[in-house]
Design a protein. Sequence first.
Length: 361
Amino acid sequence: MRYVHLPRLLSIAMPAFAFAVSGLFGSNVEAQGGIRLRQPFAGTYRLTAYVDHRSPDYTYDGNVVVYNGEERLNCPDCGEAWTNQGTYCYDGHNATDYALPGNTPVLAAASGRVTFSGWRSTYYGNSIRIDHGNGYETWYSHLAAFSVNLNDIVATGQQIGLSGNTGQNQPYHLHFEVRHNGDVTDPFGWQGNWSDPLPSGLAVCLWGDGQCFEIVVEDESDWFYKYGTGWDWDCRGNGWTMRRVANRQTSESAYARWRPDLPHTGPYAVFAFVPAVHATTTNAEYVVHDRDGDHPVLINQLNYSDEWVYLGSYNFWDGILGYVYLDNATGEANGSGEVCFDSIKFRQFRVYIPIALKNYP
């Protein structure tokens, strides 16, 4: 047997391991389109509307086509009874919306020059446009205030304004719009298994913060399956909708599975979005099913408010064999709280350590 000097081995392995762990949450991930965008705010806020790839020009056909390839009916209004609507908002939309409260700092998604700062229109209200070069521009609309002026040079992450609800905007949110050569594009790219209908052509993922390696399964999407009785919904979830049901002490009366279509076999970090409203159980038991079996994870949903909660990292198959399961049997008194079923995301990461037993694709 050949022996390896342990300190030397560690000196090689540990930096590589640190690099691999940093990849777990997507740092330094290269975007695909010649620009690396960050989210236009600090922290976590709900995504509430997507780019409609079929008609990102406010042409209404009743359907929404989103970046994961789903085509669904337009989303319902808040408070509307759920019948046969879709989970995505909204028909004809040309941007990604985030539920930023009023006067939240809005940040430049990439460095560039301010080429517009003012009142864009009655619909968009106060807006800023930044030219990033290579044909890319970003718009930030419905602002309450400006922190930059026309022709200012801004750095990535620099505050450029405060969120608001100017224009035809209720409630408060940030309208974040990306254009390439003047045409609307989608920073999430295109994950569908059919041709991207976006009029400007195939969208490529532009996020530089790891989102390009994420598969997000929304409630009521094609990869979400719910069973049982007592279901209700609310418009204050991530991606607009969330499901909720009263808890039960013992046997469940409702349960659901998020079953992603994963592109590769290997390790994924798994996160559950817990909304700020209705998530009042202290004992939600998520069960992650991967190649090694079932892994229960107890989450006190009451402790979180519009947050992605890390459920751990797991070794999945490619395709749809893996899933996350949740039901409403919490061990608490019947009806004493609610269990919320919102988005689950799966973030692929790669192992770069040369001495690792496996190097996942």
